[in-house]
Structure formats: C-alpha cells, structure tokens
Design a protein around this ligand. Sequence first.
Ligand code: ADP
Length: 370
Amino acid sequence: MSNRFPRVGVIGAGQLARMMVAPATALGVDLLLFAENAHDSAAQITHYVVGDYTNLAEVLDFARQCDVVTFEHELVPLSVIKGLEAAGIKVYPSSSAFIYSQDKAAMRAKLARFPAPHSKVITKASEITSFPVIAKAISGGYDGRGVWKVNSQEDLSEILRSTSPLLIEELVQFDTEIAVMVARSPHGQATSWAPVETVQSDGICIMTITPAQKISQATAEKAQQLALEIAQEVGVVGVMAVEMFVRDDELFINELAMRPHNSGHWSIEGAVTSQFEQHLRAILDLPLGSPEMVHPFVVMGNILGGEKMDMYRPYLHLMARAPQLHFHQYKKEVRPGRKIGHVTMAGDDLLHLTQEVAHARDYMSGVIDE
Ligand code: ADP
C-alpha cells in the first residue's frame, strides 16, 4: 500500500512526545521516536529506536528514516542539529532558531529590542555591585534549577565556582507570570493561544489558568503580539512558549522554549487545536488549526511525584467526585518533585475549576488523602 502520509521523527520520548501520539494517530501521521531507553514515557506506546542524542552518527541514522525531524527537549546539542542540517535533513526548529531556547545569553542579545529584565553576562563577582539579582546558568537549567536569587558578591563567587559564565538579571518584582504559546510554520503562518497564567511554587509550575486572569485585555493582546513578533524574529518553526513577567501593565520577556510546553497542556481539552497537533501541523507545513478556546476557562494542575506510588487507585475517588476532570499520566517512575502527570478541567466557574484541580493534583501527589 502506498503511504503518502509523512513520518515525523521526534528526538526524545518523554511526556511531550507521548502527548503528540494521539494527534499524530488522528492525522494518520507516523511517529518514530529517538528514545534514551525502552521505558521512556512515549517509548511505551509507539515506535522508537534507542540511541544517544549527543551522537550525530546515531541521530543521522534515525533521521534518514523520517521525512521531518523535531525534538522535545532542550538537551540536543546544537552541533547535532547543525549536523542534521548539513546532511540535508529537514529539522525543526532549525539550529539558527533553537539556539535562543538553549542559550539564555544569546536569547537576551537577540531580543534586545523587546522588553526584558536588564541583564549582563559575567565571569567575575566584582562585575556586580548592587544586589539582589537573579543569576542564571546560560544553558541547561529547568524547573528553577540553574536559577539563583543572589544577595551578595560572596554568594555570587560561590555560584561562579561551579557555573561560569553566568547571566545576571535585574530582579523583577512582578505581579504574575504568564506564558504565551505560539506556533509558526515554515512559510511563516503564525498563531497564538490565549495567554496563560503560570502559578509557581519553589520554581516549579503547579497550576495554569487560561486565559490569564490577573492581566487586562490590552496587556493580553500586547503579550500575544509580542510572542508572535518574537516567533518571527527568531524564525522558529513549530510550537514555542514565550514566558513573561507582568508588573502592572508592563511585560518582561523571561525565556523561550521551542517545543510544546507545560503551559500549553491545557489546550488538549481547552482549545480547538492542541499545542501537540499544532506542532505537527507546523513542522509539516500544513495550514495551522484554530487556537480558539472551547470553554471560558481551563485550569491545569501538574502532578508532582510524592509519597504515593499508585497513580491508578486515586481515579476511584477523583472520577466519582469530579466527572469533568481529565487525567494525563506520563507513566514515569515516581520521584519526589518530578512531573509525573497532569489534570485538566474546563468550564465556566473558575473558582470551582481551581478548587477541583488543586484537590485532584494534591490527592494524586499524596499531599492530601481525602
Ligand atoms: P527555568 O529554565 O528553570 O525555567 P527561568 O528563567 O524560567 O528558569 O526562571 C525560573 C523562575 O525564576 C521564574 O519562573 C521566575 O519565577 C524566577 N525568575 C527568573 N528570572 C527572574 C527575574 N529576572 N526576576 C525575578 N524572578 C525571576
């Protein structure tokens, strides 16, 4: 049988690849994953090969079996992406865009004309004389790791001993953190979803609320416009998260993630087109789907690993209590603080949604037991 449907290769087989499986199946698009091992979240449910994503020869072997290649984490070395490009492989986002999600200093320089915290790259503590500041590893940080609030030159010296150079940023006293998800295709069609409020605890996002409530309509529109302009500026293809801080009606770009992102998970049930389907459409250069919301409000809660190991039994209580809840299991080993799943609820009573999602999230994690 001739198969005119393309095959998409995804480097990485975590939960983001896992959540791409359902829309790929619906579209009839084949997915082939490049997994670290057979137990990876997405390798449990679709075709994969196992390999080392830092080894260009292995990634090339994989990529040659696919029509287009994308990746679901920021750890793929830029040299590997460039190696794929040099071999004529279609890979999105391209190395020229991806660098801005991997290298925070390059991103700050590239986006100098956009509103952002003041920043500079340093190698010596004496370069900073007024505190507190935020210090960031230039690459490799996630979920607040690689980000420090620093109060003195001594503390800065200590961090520089293990991490140098550092990106130093002005500490923004923001009212709220938001993320705007955008998608852009190779021929430049771009679209964005409603801004999302990301509620953080200890540097980890524990809940998202869409549309973001603590900002005005004008600020929401400005945020979407900024995210679309940034997508164009960096030339991303695929889905990208633009994280921002909001202070009054002022916006500050925090960082970019060029892949489906935790702050877009709500779109699976809450938007006409989910971020996972949109990513596939974008990298395949298909017309993009509507990002419109299908409910007035959508709340998502991240389930973090805790004491509880059994993630199935809680369904009995939670499904009986709130039939509108949606569950997503990543089927990852439960480890303290690790994102192992999420729950989503959509509707028109925001207070009810946040209460039920917080309850389900904490019950699944084992923080509460009734
Ligand atoms: P990660 O790579 O871990 O996502 P981020 O750059 O998003 O790192 O920083 C993690 C958190 O640290 C942010 O969500 C925010 O709460 C805080 N933060 C980062 N930069 C600043 C800043 N310039 N001012 C104030 N808080 C910041």
